[in-house]
Write a protein that binds this ligand. Sequence first.
Ligand code: HEM
Length: 493
Amino acid sequence: MSTKKTLTTQAGTPVNNYEDSQSVGERGPLLLQDYFLQEKLAHFNRERIPERVVHAKGSGAYGTFTVTHDITKYTRAKIFSEIGKQTKMFTRFSTVGGEKGSADAERDPRGFALKFYTEAGNWDLVGNNTPVFFIKDAKKFPDFIHTQKRDPYTNCKSATMVWDYWSLNPESLHQVLILMSDRGTPKTFRHMNGYGSHAFSMINADNERVYVKFHYKTMQGIENFTDAEATEMRGIDPDHAQRDLVKSIDEKNFPKYALKIQVMTLEEAKTFKWNPFDVTKVWSHNDYPLQDVGVIELNENPDNYFAHVEQSAFAPSNLVDGIGFSPDKMLQGRILSYADAHRYRIGVNFDALPVNKCPFMVNNYHRDGAMRSDGNGGSAPNYFPNSFDDIEVDDQAKGINYALESNLVGYFDGNENDNDHYTQPGDLFRIFTPEQKANTISNIVGAMSGIEGDKKDEIINRQLCHWFRANVELGMGVAKGLGVTIDPSLLRQ
Ligand code: HEM
């Protein structure tokens, strides 16, 4: 039996000539009636959708999450209901500041976003490869990101903008230190950890709540490029991490990550040394040890990059019963931002696309909109309440009541203790090995050497003060590398 198929237009009508346009005579002008020529060129013109405003360059894979330890005392989320339970998931890795064609080996945080297709709805954990972030209030995000993108005049990346902003926002110091260490250039997506970063809530069957932080630890071991290796890789292969991911999954060398949690009770949250919901700070592993939960295995390459990876849409607002928000001001801002971005980038029906669609139940009365291609609810009622279907609200999904700590409305920048931006970066630098310290200082010096213009000295001095306040050895190392002389008597004050 022949397996040949006929080439057709999008409407399914057979096409007689795929490559030669219909013309008047051999050398004459073309005819409007060659509709397939129009369809082909017009479709091509519309192949691109807007790239993500951040995290534009990315790689994705499907996988499986398996529960290995019982955490039902903390959460009633069905995904964790029993040991051995498996849930299909999708992951997208990314760099943050570059455009869709930028190099995978850039010094940048890596996005590490997870979508679990749980029977209680899709749960998205939209994390990074660092446990902290540059800012702690969502209102700062557009300014911060502008400094990571291109200068409005030169249209080039600008070390001046970057360090001007960071030096004026010392809450960035912890994340900047991690970024400037070799963890800022992970060798591949397989060789780095992931973090949910924010505090989230977990709620158990008895309606008891705790705060948690999610960690997903690479089981391949952490491996980083040095700055020189990363620079070389950007030239050799700008897509090296994408290539590595596809190849290792094709070869059945499936990347694995161990999902773990830190747990903080509500009482502990009240007395924690810092604001426990400040995403620029970590919770000490000594005080809040990692608890094993399960294993993520990435075992399936999507068969089409655009359909699955480019059109994937992760949102911190996608939580399931048993997992909740915390008052983290960044997390709260992200609740709004992502679905809004998806409606712009992909369209209002982004959540009906196969990669985003909940494979279990989706029952509501949202209808119509551009590119509605999933049957649109058929002939079922499109309003609520009604006398015809049996869709009901779920009492359990009501969540639990909790008291707010204050009824004072205002714009709060944190108290003095919250604004201690130096202790944790200092602690981190102190536990670096001598080689890690030397590489970090060298990476900072390299990056700060790009600062230029009238404000150069002012910006360098301001940032140097932050390095010194975190750790004198760090400050001295950076100052020396930049050729700045420090009066030692100033350090004793
Ligand atoms: C992507 C906003 C903070 C991780 C995005 C996108 C937006 C955004 C608009 C593009 C979404 C899309 O087009 O699909 C924000 C805002 C933030 C914030 C307003 C602060 C308030 C963070 C933090 C993390 C993070 C703290 C990590 C802990 C990611 C990741 C992606 C992303 C991983 C890429 C998701 C994907 O692979 O599709 N963010 N973001 N963001 N963000 Fe954020």
